[in-house]
Design a protein around this ligand. Sequence first.
Ligand code: DSN
Length: 478
Amino acid sequence: MTASETASLTALLRLGAEHLDESDPVLAGHLEREIARQKRVLSMVASSSVVDPTVLAAQAAPAVNVTAEGYPGARYHAGCEVIDEIESLAIERAKKAFGAAYANVQVHSATTANQLVMCSLLEPGDVILGMDLDAGGHLTHGAPPTLSGQYFEAYGYGLDPEGGLDYDEVARLARTHRPKLLICGTTAYPRQLDFARFRAIADDVGAWLLADVTHIAGLIAAGLHPSSIDHAHVTTTCTHKQLYGPRGGLILSGRDHGRTSPKSGRNLAQHLQSAVFPFFQGAPDLGSIAGKAVAFGRLETAEFHALAERIVADARALAEGLGAAGWKLITGGTDNHLLVVEVAPAGLTGCIAEGALERCGIVVNKNRVPGDRHPPSVASGIRLGTNTLARRGMGVEQMERCVELIDRVLRAVEPRGLRRFELDERLVRRVRLEVEALCAEFPLDCYGVTENPSGNGAARHEESDSARSRTAPRTDRA
Ligand code: DSN
């Protein structure tokens, strides 16, 4: 490759950014303001993440110009020899990072992945069993307004009185309703999942087991949460939350990938391949696949492992701090990256807590809690996560500051109904200043790539990162 060829991606991206400024200043202005907003707020939405500039660059590369229906080596269009290598690289990296035997990197999102798994393994009207939305499940696991709830006969399992996953209820419901598909996967559940136990329940009733590990995929890749790969028949995840990749999906399978269906004579991997293309999707988004390749390549690095450890340590510190400050946590704490705080005992709704915190630069989301009497738009709790704070390099010490800030805002807010509130403007200004100071101390300079006002931020970030990884509390999970 010549020097001018290697420089062409950099030149194109620079040209694009500069010309966007000139040719569409309105949109460019919005995009700049969004970057500025992200830099100055504490993003604690549990599904939030930070995509670093190398993933952004790969995603924006002209690979996106290629139409490439089909799979590497078997396309419906010419001109795919380089594209085939990019997609194969992403597939191999995904398989290696997760210890999987099969990977599909074309799927556009985890929602699409879940839908196509259902449509490829089930008939309309078949029974599915997933976690209730209120208990911390996901819309695509059988919620009434979704395809999963309308095309299939969906039943939901919930939590025990302490807020833990009620495996006995899962087994009982499975025996009663005989699902064709059992789904384990969560969006607001702060404890580990027992995939082996789910598989035993699925086997007992002859069901497929789908693990949607979207929220915990990074912890699984880092070995900080047990893996679903060889327990579930199929594992799905998005690639933008804890894998820090582009918005997109990933389908994986382990020991069951070659299991043949007597009805079709085709194996599970073959079913999944044709479910992605041509059944559900057309041509893949090659820019996204290139971005996924970058993100998957990082998953086995010591840097990613240290980040995953920091995510868990930060969440635990946040939970302990908020608990000590008198806030009720669903399940009493956390094993992963998120926690759910019940705010109703303080006379608040989730909607008010979310609004008050956002006014002060702390971004969370309202979340229903078990037995919630409010609709999702009001809710009685909030969900907090540490993916983004850990990625900024914040550790346990900074979580103590976050606890203090959150507690101060939630103690001061005065509800006026279910959604409206009043908050002292002087307090808002003081907290915002403290939030901005914390954000400035831990900028969004992922992997030391972006600028730092002091000019030496990259070196400082890398140095403090490795120092933190030496001192970060280790979890005892493998
Ligand atoms: N599932 C939603 C969440 O957890 O926030 C969005 O991906």
